[in-house]
Design a protein around this ligand. Sequence first.
Ligand SMILES: C[S@@+](CC[C@H](N)C(=O)[O-])C[C@H]1O[C@@H](n2cnc3c(N)ncnc32)[C@H](O)[C@@H]1O
Length: 260
Amino acid sequence: MRRVRSADQDQFARIAPHYDALMANVPYGLWANYIGQLAHLAGRPVRPGSKLLDLATGTGSLALQFAERGCDVTGIDLSAPMIAEAKRKAADQGLNAVFLCRDLADFHLPPEFDYAICVYDSLNYVLDGRDTERAFANTRRALKSGALLVFDVNTVRALEAELFTQDSRPGAAVRYRWKSTYDPETRISKIRMDFRIPDTGERFAVTHHQRAYTDAELRSYLRHAGFRPVTAYEAYRFVPPSPESDRVFYVAVATHTSKH
Ligand SMILES: C[S@@+](CC[C@H](N)C(=O)[O-])C[C@H]1O[C@@H](n2cnc3c(N)ncnc32)[C@H](O)[C@@H]1O
C-alpha cells in the first residue's frame, strides 16, 4: 500500500511557485548533454524514442530537456505543487511528458524504462538509508534489464563544509539567506532557508534536511537493489571523484538477472 506523506514532509511546497526563478541560472540543457555523454560512455547513448524516468523531477526542467530531444519522458516527485508546475510548463511548451506525484521510496511503474535519472542532490533529501535502498529497488523494477540509472549526490564533504550556508546574489528575483548546520552523528544537514520575493514583498521561511551518504553506502544499496556495475564521476567531468569532490555522479546498470 502506498505510504502517504503529510504536507509538512513536502519540503518544496512553499518554494514551488518560485523554484524556476530560483534556478534561473542552472544550465539544464548542459546537464542533459552531460548525462547524454555519461550514457554514451556506458555504451547506451540516449536516442529519440527512449523511455526515460526522471526521479524527483521537481518542476520538470531536466525532464523537458529530454522530451525536447525526442525521449518518451515520465517525471515523478513527492511534491504535488512541484508536479503541478511541471505539468503547466509541459503544456506551455507544447511538450509531451507524464508527471506523477510519487514518493521515491514507494512507487511502482511497469518495467519499461531505458533510463532513470535523478539530479540536483534530490537523493540527499531521502533521509533514511532504508528508503534510499527502496528508492533504488523501485527504480530497478521500473527499468528494463541493462538500462541505466544516472544520479548525483552532494557528498559528505559538501555537507560537512556547510555548502548550503549562502546568500542570494544581489538583484536576484528570489532573494534568500540560508544557514545549514551539519550533524556528523546522523550525517544530516538542517538548512534554515529565509526567502524574500522583492516583486511582491512576500517573505517565507522553510527548513530543509539533507542526508550525506558515503560512497560505500550508495554502492551497497545499489548492489542490493540489482544494479551493477557502478561508476562514479566528479560532477560535470569524466574523471573519478576525489576526496575534495562536493558533487558526484553515479552511473549504474540494471542487472540482467533479477535478484532484487
Ligand atoms: C532540489 S529539487 C531537484 C528537482 C529537479 N530534479 C531539478 O533538477 O530541478 C529536489 C526534489 O526532490 C523531491 N523529493 C524529495 N524527496 C522526495 C521523495 N521521497 N520522493 C520523490 N521526490 C522527492 C522534492 O520534492 C524536490 O522536487
